[in-house]
Design a protein around this ligand. Structure first.
Ligand SMILES: [Zn+2]
Length: 339
């Protein structure tokens, strides 16, 4: 009996020690967490003045806005909220095929949004965290009263906490995108924190959702903020299957341009991309100018040379290319010399 009692006492002692040790460990753990866990700049659901977006997504929206310079367009932003309540825009979409574009309002193609949104969520864990639409050249660079009211009502009804609303604007050649963070009461303008690189998800999603995504037809983004138009950020988007998608061909184009500059010493030589994603080299000298177009089918199809005088088309050459014999540079030189 006494043996049993002492066993029980021992057990109780052990338990007490165990609890005390646990308690000490617990205290230490709290200290560790306090040291290692990220400081909450703001609790989720309260306002923070940071908003991250990848440069590639600003470029994508710029191209979408330039598709509709005189009418509204729009789309959605996908990404996530950080632990401290900061939104990170990882992927942006533009208008779906059934979207309604009007001078003073825009309605997204809901089926398109649901299709893409579901895929982005289930395959990549990306959430719908914001909206954007363009007030094109209306001169209103912030949400209209109607925009703000609609957003606030939606946030309240759906219990979203916070949501991004972006307003785009443009002139004939460039775009802006102002970001606002909205909550249940108001929308506040925030500066973008731009991550100057391509979103790690852009290529993968474009490829995987190729058969449901609709992309802007404008190839080159153009921002009013010149910092965003650096050579590096301004990588042209060539047409599918175009010869310049190949790096060695881009080097060949450099050689071609070098050759043309030499041949037209003193003239201004520029490389441009037309709306179809084809390269046009223009050579200007006084009233005379010349353009060399490399069509989608190049090098199987010949380049087209056009001569202008005071802006009027004087003639066109695309003969002498015959059959593309293999070496683009030497073929081009022969073609140009005999044109
Ligand atoms: Zn609006």
């Amino acid at each position: 009996m006494s043996h049993l009692c002492s066993a029980k006492r021992k057990e109780r002692m052990a338990k007490k020690k165990h609890i005390q040790a646990n308690y000490r460990r617990q205290k230490r753990l709290e200290a560790i967490i306090r040291k290692t866990a990220p400081v909450r700049e703001t609790a989720p659901g309260t306002s923070s003045n940071k908003m991250f977006i990848f440069k590639s997504e600003l470029d994508y929206i710029s191209r979408c806005i330039l598709d509709y310079k005189n009418i509204e367009t729009g789309g959605q932003l996908f990404g996530y909220w950080t632990e401290s309540g900061i939104p990170v825009v990882v992927y942006a979409i533009g208008p779906g095929p059934g979207a309604n574009h009007q001078a003073t309002f825009f309605n997204q193609d809901v089926r398109y949004l649901l299709n893409v949104g579901n895929e982005l969520k289930s395959r990549y864990g990306l959430h719908h965290i914001g909206e954007w639409h363009s007030h094109h050249q209306l001169g209103l660079a912030r949400p209209s009263g109607h925009d703000t009211r609609t957003m606030i009502t939606t946030i309240r009804e759906k219990g979203l906490g916070r949501f991004i609303l972006c307003i785009g604007n443009c002139d004939a050649t460039s775009t802006t995108l102002n970001g606002f963070l909205c909550d249940e009461n108001t929308c506040t303008e925030n500066e973008w924190d731009i991550i100057f690189s391509e979103s790690p998800m852009r290529k993968e999603i474009d490829r995987a959702l190729n058969n449901i995504l609709v992309h802007p037809s404008t190839r080159i983004p153009r921002h009013r903020d010149r910092r965003l138009n650096s050579d590096r950020g301004d990588v042209p988007v060539y047409a599918n299957g175009y010869w310049l998608n190949d790096r060695s061909n881009r080097l060949t184009l450099n050689s071609i341009v070098g050759f043309i500059k030499e041949k037209n010493y003193g003239s201004e030589v520029r490389i441009q991309l037309n709306g179809k994603g084809e390269v046009v080299i223009s050579i200007e000298s006084g009233r005379h100018s010349e353009t060399i177009l490399f069509p989608i089918g190049f090098p199987d199809e010949p380049p087209i040379i056009r001569h202008y005088s005071s802006g009027l088309l004087m003639g066109e050459t695309s003969s002498n290319w015959l059959h593309f014999p293999g070496d683009i540079l030497s073929s081009f030189i022969r073609f140009y010399e005999t044109a």
